[in-house]
Design a protein around this ligand. Sequence first.
Ligand SMILES: [Zn+2]
Length: 167
Amino acid sequence: MTRREWLQSNPPPKAAGALRTLLTQLEQENTARQLLETNKRTYAQHVAYWNQESANARALGDMVKMNHANAQLADVQAKIAELDRQLAATAGLAARIAALQTELAGAAKCPVHQTDLLRHKNRPDDLFLCEIGPHFFLWTKYGDGARLSKVDLNKPMPDLDGKMDWI
Ligand SMILES: [Zn+2]
């Protein structure tokens, strides 16, 4: 069995570094979404206010005031409709963040520093980088399973298409 074949049946964990970048983006989107929700609550108060103003003006027979209140009401309702449209577009955001956090918990971490590992760009198949070391870890066979092993830079990297014998 070659290393490449072995990797197909023993895929390495995802690199936490890449997942965390995505998570940060989603969390920023979620912060923006929360602002929309705050705005919506504020506009809902405006709706209550202009509804009351309109009713008061109607009771007094003040058509000018009532028309003004109704125009304000329509304006606020249009703003709420636009906010609802934007909120609907990002409705799945919280679930995506939760799923990503679960994925991140199972992602590759440096066995020494317990920090995020990055995929090595020159060898994304099975080589990971810890920026703190900096040091490298290879996803490789260990007993019947697999684990991250520190790379000895004095040895050549095992060939992906060579026989799987590197521990
Ligand atoms: Zn490390």
